[in-house]
Design a protein around this ligand. Sequence first.
Ligand code: SAH
Length: 278
Amino acid sequence: MERLPFSLPAFAPGWVWLVGAGPGDPGLLTLLAAHALAHADVVVYDALVDPRILELARPGASLHFAGKRGGKPSPKQPDISQRLVRNARAGLRVLRLKGGDPFVFGRGGEEALALVAAGVPFRVVPGVTAGIGGLGYAGIPVTHRDTNHAVTFITGHGVTGDIPDGMDWPALARGAPVLVLYMALKHIARIAEQLIAAGRPANDAVAIVSHATTERQATVETTLGALRAGAPAGIEPPAVVAIGPVVALRGGLDWLGALRGRVLDPDPLALERHRDIV
Ligand code: SAH
């Protein structure tokens, strides 16, 4: 880090850096994230931050867990924001470390607004989000010229813990050829039901990637129709769900599977094209 051919911004005392830690693999950290870890006095981290990443924290930095532990409810969002404010006002360099990207279904915006309200200076360091990078590790490009020119990111979990209110399922079902769902395992049967009722074909291809980019990464391929019976057995959170034609590309692009001996198909969409013709 010391020998970079460019300089990174100093982590000044009294500042909060809202940093994305990526989906798991420490190699996916940004240089700014690693720099922040090397200089922070306090690291406030979430459940989805990989423990290996915390090992990059400066020796002597204090590490605060702000996620769910042992089924207990997670700390309230205002409490986390107030902790950030308090530490920054005490003149500490505060690193708020979140899984993936802080501004993608991560409440980073809420925390940033609390910092603004308190007059605390902050910086945002984006991270690799699970719905893009996690799928990449499963050999699924979120966009591909032959299949989709748009993608929709959806959360399956609102403030109440249920599917968010006011979801316009017909619009979501038709909005883009590829849908990527976060936090969706718990309610996947109802979500699949809603999407199909709203016009999405039951034979739409689905890939569920859990623990993406970690040693425990596992992918299951299925169909939207099959999800009406719930998530396939053995798939555990965290997981992202990809729905749509890009899933077929995995047959050719599962580079991680190939490292473990999977034979890749050089033309993974051929079958899809055939299906279209018949
Ligand atoms: N800010 C995060 C998302 C937080 S919401 C990001 O940008 O990735 C938490 C959800 O993210 C999980 O329920 C899951 O859907 C997804 N997720 C996070 N890490 C993941 C991983 N390693 N593998 C699969 N999904 C993951």
